[in-house]
Design a protein around this ligand. Structure first.
Ligand SMILES: Cc1cc2nc3c(=O)[nH]c(=O)nc-3n(C[C@H](O)[C@H](O)[C@H](O)COP(=O)(O)OP(=O)(O)OC[C@H]3O[C@@H](n4cnc5c(N)ncnc54)[C@H](O)[C@@H]3O)c2cc1C
Length: 361
């Protein structure tokens, strides 16, 4: 029997598994990505919430040190599955602001969280782009998330973590703590501690345990262009959409947002909308054909920060829910918090901010 079961091997589950192996635990990850495509592969990898100053402290506490956390992780995983330092692209983040108030809020937020920030028109940073007013955050970066996921899986396998690719169908609490997880082929996995980090599918597994939270699927589509490296020098974020440059010249254009939609296929209207948005930010993109187009489904949430903690009334079973649009940026701190809670350690953040409410509260 494993010490610990992790159900769901997206970014949250894999980083949590890494934390548990650091504590010497025997870990099994139940993950069926062929059946349930992870949002973590589809996401853009901007290491900041979009318009971060609009979020409450509970989210900023999970995200503000993400670039540093990922830099340390890449140093640790470098070379696995081809992971290189440039997979964390220190491109900076330029954000369009349309009002004086928005600019003031952005600058105040940067001062509060001790991040460098300056007011800058886009033409100062990227003369080719359609000029706008904005703010520039030089230390905010973007992550090539599929690479980091591959490297994490390789690292965990090398550390003896077992990966089980059969879908989990139900979670039954065990007397004395933890749970049995029934698999689709009739087998069962058991452990005294279980983490449910199954993205948009977590509610399905947790509802029978009495959990009823405002969680929903939220589809997003993305395009990928290939340009000369450096042509888009920074992440460029506007209310209409964003461009994300990778170090090798790939530029992602995203994203659509359709709450309530759990389909995973890209659509023609989605492509048109993204092509139009991309060309409105960088007119030269009107003459480029995207080389790839995909969709993913975010674990949507009715509040602006995730639920992280023990499932009320089910000792030993924990959940990571509702990372929504910010799961990549907030995953390292979420995993650190969960691992501390599940190991009986004092977490680095106040767990009450993230606790799952009992159904009576
Ligand atoms: C288009 C798009 C753009 C995005 N851009 C960004 C961004 O720039 N920055 C950012 O921070 N976030 C971004 N996000 C959000 C981010 O991708 C998600 O919040 C995050 O990936 C959620 O991670 P997760 O581990 O909770 O879930 P997932 O990545 O969805 O992982 C869940 C895993 O659980 C497995 N699973 C589910 N059910 C079962 C089951 N019954 N049995 C076995 N396995 C199961 C699945 O196969 C999957 O591997 C974006 C998302 C999308 C779709």
């Amino acid at each position: 029997m494993a010490d610990l079961l992790v159900v769901g091997g997206g970014i949250v589950g894999l980083l949590s598994a890494l934390e548990f192996t650091d504590r010497g635990c025997r870990v099994t990850v139940i993950d069926a990505p062929a059946r349930f495509p992870p949002a973590s592969w589809a996401g853009g990898g901007i290491l900041s919430p979009l318009y971060a100053w609009r979020y409450p402290d509970a989210m900023n506490l999970l995200t503000v040190d993400a670039p540093e956390r990922y830099r340390n992780l890449i140093t640790r995983l470098r070379g696995r599955a081809g992971l290189v330092d440039e997979d964390l692209n220190e491109s900076g983040l330029w954000v369009a602001v349309e009002t004086e108030q928005e600019r003031a809020d952005a600058m105040a937020w940067a001062r509060r969280w001790r991040l460098p920030c300056s007011a800058e028109r886009l033409s100062q940073r990227m003369p080719e782009a359609t000029d706008r007013d904005g703010v520039w955050f030089p230390t905010l970066s973007n992550l090539r998330n599929p690479r980091i996921l591959k490297a994490l899986r390789a690292c965990l396998s090398a550390r003896g973590v077992t990966f089980e690719a059969t879908p989990a169908v139900s979670v039954s609490p065990r007397a004395g703590g933890g749970a049995s997880v029934a698999l689709a082929d009739g087998r069962e996995c058991r452990a005294p501690r279980v983490l449910i980090s199954a993205g948009m599918w977590s509610p399905r597994l947790l509802r029978p345990l009495g959990l009823d939270l405002p969680l929903f699927p939220s589809k997003g589509e993305m395009l990928l262009y290939r340009l000369a490296p450096g042509r888009v020098p920074t992440v460029l974020l506007t209310e209409q959409g964003y461009l994300i440059p990778r170090a090798d010249g790939a530029v992602l254009a995203g994203s659509t947002l359709k709450d309530g939609d759990d389909s995973h296929y890209p659509t023609v209207p989605g492509r048109w909308a993204l092509e139009k948005m991309a060309a409105s930010l960088l007119p030269a993109l009107a003459g480029e054909r995207p080389v790839s187009h995909w969709a993913g489904v975010r674990p949507g949430c009715g509040r602006d920060w995730p639920y992280l903690g023990e499932v009320p009334g089910v000792p030993g079973v924990y959940a990571a829910l509702g990372h929504y649009r910010n799961g990549l940026v907030s995953a390292p701190a979420s995993a650190a918090l969960l691992a501390a809670l599940m190991s009986g350690e004092r977490p680095h953040l106040d767990p009450a901010l993230y606790a799952l409410p009992s159904s009576s509260s």
